[in-house]
Design a protein around this ligand. Structure first.
Ligand code: G6P
Length: 607
């Protein structure tokens, strides 16, 4: 979702801005633009619909001098279609100020009417143009004063960064809801970005802005008001030198991230499970399992919601903890029954998903205990939660999620086992699961070697337009996630159902052109799933089985994708990887833009 990148220093800003925007591409966007200011008080704007590469192509022939301050933006359209007119940065009527914005100004229509009454004319359909025109209206010579007035009028959410033609070494802005970080290097160059990872290699230190912060960088100094503290005193983090955006030999980030999952599992287990002594030990886990919670409520969106659905199965089956799961997009607007005996778990890869963040605030306001399962320490959800577990998946560059899901479900398994130990989980079961978990990373790595076989099946089914993904119990969330991967990557229609529900309606759609993928490992509902397979077959439908290597009914399926049989709790990891590869290969066969699927954003920072 929209990305912001700003720079002020001694170098030409144009390449710095376009390279910065390229680092934010993973967030998802449909157009991009930059605006720079030079010492002669000129503003220079370049915009392009499509990829940052198209923006870069436009800049190739432009030679600028002394444009050493600027702002850039990748836009994911919310207000107004994908056109250069709607693309940021947006400018004031007198072209003195330019702004980039991430978020949604909810009261922009009212504000626009007021400004129109004052004679302002709008060239775009965006809420952001309203912001810069309102700023112009409120401006009386003092940028920060106008910014304070502006932020008292506009209704969130926003991360805003402005430049001023008359003050060519100034970047200023505000944050409420949407993320924004400011970084600085030893040469006293300053950067502003939606994501600290885009600053790796550019800055030596950075600060994450808090909601309500207003900042102003001018002549090499940064002031953050609201709390009126100097940046230097406030600096928080030393940037790691980790190189994250390398594809190595992989054709797509998605494939690379799928292949990282063995190592991701090792990272999730490290420091929490001692496989030698067969114990779980971790300070955060110890604290959360000893607080006497009697119920769990998991809240998340997208892939993280699917991880929560499997988390529920683990917590109920292994820890005997009644668990509810809500999509965060619905939770905030329903009636919430918050109590002290419930553990509220928020699952989020980015830690910035607005719906999850807002839901968390609601729970906290009502004194509920919030717990994050997150992949980005320092993210908004991590900062707001009472406690959190880090999923150690590493940065996910690809828009749709893969390794983050695996890390989330592994974290849920550990959490459920830790709770189980405190409650009534049999020790033999506990030990057998831990014993099997130790083998899991190597098992996943072995499974990845069957990628070519999965590709053959994906090729065969690529011409089909509709798919059912079926499973039950532990395997239903895996089917749901597999179906989401297919939608996101191939733009094929797919629906996930409990295989038991098939006969209550969806079966009417089955014919020879509507294949079903059934996730059917070697566990309790195996025979029930076989009945569903028979129901589909007898209506002329094709069935692809995601099945264990010891399955004796392989020839019931039109095609099958095989994994090594193990425990019910761990087979789901293998099934996940198979469905990720199936979606990946089909998308590749269909020539889709795998790492940047159309219309999608990695980090959804608007409600
Ligand atoms: C977006 C992404 C999904 C992700 C969802 C929730 O829609 O495209 O991949 O699952 O947001 O994101 P979160 O960061 O909260 O896990």
């Amino acid at each position: 979702m929209c990305g912001i990148f700003g720079y002020t220093g001694k170098k030409e800003a144009m390449d710095i801005l376009t390279n910065g925007l390229a680092q934010l591409e993973y967030r998802g966007y449909d157009s991009a633009g930059i605006c720079m200011v030079n010492d002669d008080h000129n503003l220079y704007i370049i915009k392009a619909v499509g990829r940052v590469m198209e923006l870069k192509n436009k800049t190739n022939w432009i030679k600028l001098t002394w444009y050493t301050t600027g702002i850039g933006h990748t836009r994911w359209a919310t207000h107004g279609s994908v056109t250069e007119n709607n693309c940021h940065p947006h400018t004031s009527s007198d072209a003195r100020f330019a702004v980039v914005h991430n978020g949604i100004i909810e009261n922009h229509s009212e504000l626009k009417m007021i400004l129109e009454d004052q004679g302002y004319v709008f060239y775009s359909e965006t809420d952001t143009e309203v912001v810069v025109k309102l700023f112009e209206y409120l401006f009386n010579g003092d940028n920060l004063r106008a910014l304070r007035k502006l932020t008292s009028v506009i209704e969130w959410a926003y991360a805003l960064v402005f430049i001023d033609r008359e003050k060519p070494s100034m970047l200023f802005g505000a944050k409420l809801g949407s993320p924004l970080v400011i970084g600085k290097n030893k040469e006293n160059a300053w950067y502003v970005s939606s994501d600290y990872k885009s600053l790796i290699g550019l800055v030596d230190e950075y600060i994450t802005l808090e909601d309500g912060d207003i900042f102003c960088i001018e002549n090499g100094e940064c002031k953050i008001i609201n709390r009126w503290v100097e940046f230097i005193r406030d600096k928080e983090h030393i940037i790691e030198t980790e190189q994250i955006m390398e594809l190595w030999d992989f054709p797509h980030f998605m494939l690379k991230e799928i292949y990282e999952q063995g190592q991701v599992l090792r990272n999730v287990f490290a420091g929490r499970i001692d496989f030698k002594t067969k114990t779980i030990n971790n300070i955060t886990l110890n604290e959360v399992v000893t607080q006497g919670f009697e119920r769990v409520h998991i809240i998340a969106s997208g892939t993280s919601y699917h991880a929560g659905c499997l988390g529920r199965q683990y917590l109920e089956n292994l820890a005997n903890l009644p668990t509810e799961v809500s999509v965060s997009t619905e939770f905030k607007y329903g009636t919430q029954f918050i109590d002290k005996k419930t553990l509220y778990i928020f699952v989020s890869q980015s830690g910035e998903t607005a719906d999850s963040l807002e839901s968390m605030k609601v729970v906290k306001e009502k004194w509920g205990y919030t717990f994050g399962i997150i992949n980005v320490p320092g993210s908004s959800i991590a900062r707001l939660a009472h406690a959190w577990l880090f999923t150690h998946a590493g940065t996910e560059v690809w828009v749709a999620s893969s390794k983050a899901f695996t890390a989330q479900i592994a974290t849920f398994l550990i959490l459920a086992l830790a709770f189980g130990q405190k409650r009534n989980l049999e020790n033999t079961k506990f030990i057998s699961i831990l014993t099997d978990m130790e083998k899991l990373p190597a098992r996943i790595e072995k499974l990845l070697q069957t990628s070519d076989q999965i590709r053959l099946i994906a090729e065969k089914y690529a011409p089909y337009l509709n798919f059912f993904y079926l499973g039950r119990s532990y395997e239903l969330p895996i089917a749901m996630e597999g179906s989401l991967k297919l939608k996101e990557l191939t733009y094929r229609h797919s629906e996930a159902y409990s295989s038991g529900e098939l006969k209550h309606g969806p079966l009417a759609l089955i014919d020879a052109n509507f294949p079903s993928i059934i996730v059917n490992g070697s566990w309790p509902l195996y025979s029930k799933n076989l009945s569903s397979v028979q129901e589909i077959k007898s209506r002329g439908g094709k069935v692809i089985g995601v099945i264990a290597d010891n399955d004796v009914n392989k020839n019931l399926y039109d095609d099958f994708l095989i994994f090594e049989s193990s425990l019910r709790e761990t087979e789901v990891f293998s099934e996940t990887v198979i469905l990720q590869l199936f979606a990946y290969h089909m998308a590749d066969v269909l020539g889709r833009d795998i790492d940047k699927p159309r219309n999608l954003a990695k980090s959804v920072t608007v409600e």
